[in-house]
Ligand binder design. Sequence first.
Ligand code: ATP
Ligand code: MG
Length: 417
Amino acid sequence: MRHKALKGIQDILHPETFIWQRLEAIARGVFRAYGYSEIRLPIIESTEIFQRSIGETTDIVEKEMYTFTDKGGRSVTLRPEGTAPFVRAFVEHHLYNEPPPQKYYYMGPMFRYERPQSGRQRQFYQIGAEALGVEEPVIDAEVIAMLSVLLNRIGIKDIEFEVTSIGCSKCRPDYKNALKESLKEKLNLFCEDCKRRYEANPLRILDCKVKTCVDARQGSPSVTGFLCDDCKVHFNGVQHYLKLLNVHYVINPNLVRGLDYYTRTAFEVKSSLLGAQNAVAAGGRYGSLVEEFGGPGTPGIGFAIGVERIISLISEPSAGAKGPDIFLCSMGHGAEEKILVLAGQLRREGLWAEINYDKSSLRSQMRRADRMRAKTVIVVGEDELKKNTATIKDMQDKKEFKVPLEAEEILKIIKEK
Ligand code: ATP
Ligand code: MG
């Protein structure tokens, strides 16, 4: 029987994995420079972790979660995002006792039961960062600047940073009322979901992707006009520091995020090179999430990058994928055994050494070396074996010469290149 991966869930194959590794290495380097430590979180959590924090009336919780009952009768969920599990761990391990800011990053798969399409999988990867314990707007700007540096290092171009403030629990009620007031007369134009959201969580109407809803909400007030004084000061501060740190951004007062826990700063990075699913990264500040999880009042701010969307922006994903450092060809039984041992010695020194495992001709071994893009080839035949020498060939300039058949000698030549 032949099997296929589940719908919307992909294998990631070589040489694309090479790009993934490079991207992850760049991310680790940038996080290190900014003082972020890695945290590895489970991919499965109890369902409540997500329900309340992301919000009962968000698309994620209402429609997209992989939730099931385990053998012990508990409701568990494959994580749809990283912030809620992170805050759970932050509180569980009393990480708030470390001196602030507490800075962490994570990488790994997320799961959302969405309609699979370009830029939308059911399993996708995120690289995310969280900084906690700082109320001042400077950290918001620094987190956004770090994201900008990271995307820049990866070589992502044609992106735009959109920034806004979505207020706090003080100013949002006023805004909610104003929004409801403005939509009251045209509620019949909205989809069934939005009609329900109108009472339960009117802000969610602003995130609805249904075309008729997008049109119908045109002209409704935006939250930036309702910010309280503290939120205004904070938002001005964020903008001041973004300018100081030379981050180019636009203010999008209509930006809403798909998660309820955000307060004040929210941002998204969009690419003009992607189609409908054009957000490559997104994040924001969360004022009371740590408290909701039972910890002491600790503000946080973070973001998550959609790795597949970033990868799709990297042209020639396999460019730069390298071949073996050395390919060892042999003819005859004695030579075969000799190169088997030799390859082992070279590998212990960290070289990528390839050998042949069947009795194929020298020509076919050379063809394989070529296909693999080996940088250097060594040929050992019975004659060479007797004289304890080998012919070494540089695959770029095609030059050949003899070398002693010793690991140290060969190593020296390769290292010199
Ligand atoms: P979108 O508006 O595209 O649905 P979102 O607001 O649901 O995004 P977030 O929860 O903010 O997404 O996740 C951060 C990033 O993760 C997104 O900007 C995107 O790059 C990526 N992402 C989210 N959902 C998916 C998915 N189903 N498949 C691939 N990438 C995704
Ligand atoms: Mg979504």
